[in-house]
Design a protein around this ligand. Structure first.
Ligand code: ZN
Length: 357
């Protein structure tokens, strides 16, 4: 039995969701909450479902601007902060555009402090039409012992071997092999699933339902955990068109990363944007990443969380959850301030680029 004091230090999905809903209502957004099956650690007492929450203003405009948080559950705490910052500080009503803020695309992962959903699927590797194994899995398989370490000791025991393999195949191939997505090891990390996940279907259907008359969709998708401490990365996807590049470059006047083209950046399979682009027409999609920890520390925390989750599902380990929070939502005030300010700034720049302000 966990004492309530054990949880005190952890951010809580329910608290963040309540705050998101309150700020949305206070700023005259409509709200739609879509239930997702599964339980969170604090929901039973509240008799509440996990939900993906949509706060929106539909002004029957041809353009819809969508802001996503929590595609990788635990990263949703930062995304939620940024959404509240934008909704409360930028007056959007009366601008000729439709606005949607999606809180916690993966609410299960957010409430359990994990990246993947209740099926252990990474939603940002699930955006494919077929789920066949990919080329890089041959290399992924060589890291399997390391990636399925059961505890801190076995992590360090396997680390030496993993470093040797990494040296043999090179840095870029290592990143590609481990993190670009895999479709053969359902218990492991970066698993893309064997079918389109419920959360993805609900996300796309609900967006279309909210603004069916949209001619052009602009997405800003907030993530954390990739890059150096406090570094911001603006990332397009493998399907990005010159028009998309131009749009975001014009808006932000900042370097854009094009995976597979920008040096040393791996190309992930099945990014969420890929399936969104297949289902909705005229999509411009930008991922905003905020760097936190050293990648090895992040990998270690992901491995230990994944191992614990498979062994003791529905039992929260506070130290493991705390490590995940430290890696994806550090409590450092300067870090949070910088992310909030860049989160608001990039949104503002898109409004400017759309000539709305
Ligand atoms: Zn992410």
């Amino acid at each position: 039995m966990l004492r309530s004091s054990d949880f005190d230090e952890l951010p809580k999905y329910t608290v963040y969701r309540d705050r998101f809903r309150q700020i949305a209502v206070a700023n005259k957004f409509d709200i739609l909450s879509q239930p997702v099956s599964g339980q969170g650690p604090f929901l039973r007492e509240l008799k509440s479902d996990l939900t993906i929450d949509f706060a929106f203003i539909n002004q029957n405009a041809p353009v819809t601007l969508v802001h996503l948080s929590g595609v990788h559950g635990v990263e949703g705490y930062l995304g939620s902060d940024i959404q509240n910052e934008i909704m409360s500080k930028i007056p959007l009503r009366n601008l000729s555009c439709n606005f949607v803020f999606v809180h916690a695309v993966n609410p299960y992962g957010m409430s359990w402090y994990r990246r993947a959903n209740a099926q252990n699927v990474d939603l940002n590797r699930n955006g494919r039409e077929n789920f066949h194994p990919v080329e890089s899995e041959k290399d992924f398989q060589r890291f399997q012992d390391f990636l399925s370490s059961k505890n801190g000791l076995s992590f360090y025991a396997h680390l030496g071997r993993a470093i040797i393999v990494a040296a043999q195949i090179g840095r870029r191939n290592t990143a590609q092999a481990i993190a670009c997505g895999q479709y053969s090891y359902p218990d492991s990390l970066f698993y893309g699933g064997d079918r389109t996940q419920f959360e993805v279907e609900v996300l796309i259907d609900t967006l279309f339902g909210i603004a069916p008359e949209t001619h052009e969709w602009i997405f800003l998708d907030v993530h954390s955990g990739l890059g150096k401490w406090k570094q911001e990365l603006l990332i397009l996807d493998g399907l990005s068109t010159p028009k998309e590049y131009e749009f975001f470059y014009d808006a932000h006047k900042a370097p854009l990363i094009v995976p597979g083209k920008t040096k040393d950046v791996y190309l992930a399979h099945g990014m969420l944007s890929n399936i969104i682009k297949k289902r909705l027409s005229n999509v411009c999609y930008l991922t905003q990443e905020f760097g936190t920890d050293h990648f090895l520390k992040i990998i270690r925390n992901l491995i230990l969380e994944n191992s614990h989750w498979h062994q003791k599902r529905n039992q929260l380990s506070v130290p493991i959850a705390q490590n995940m929070v430290n890696s994806f939502y550090p409590s450092d005030q300067a870090w949070r301030k910088s992310c909030l300010s860049l989160g608001r700034q990039r949104y503002h720049e898109i409004l400017h680029r759309l000539r709305l302000i």
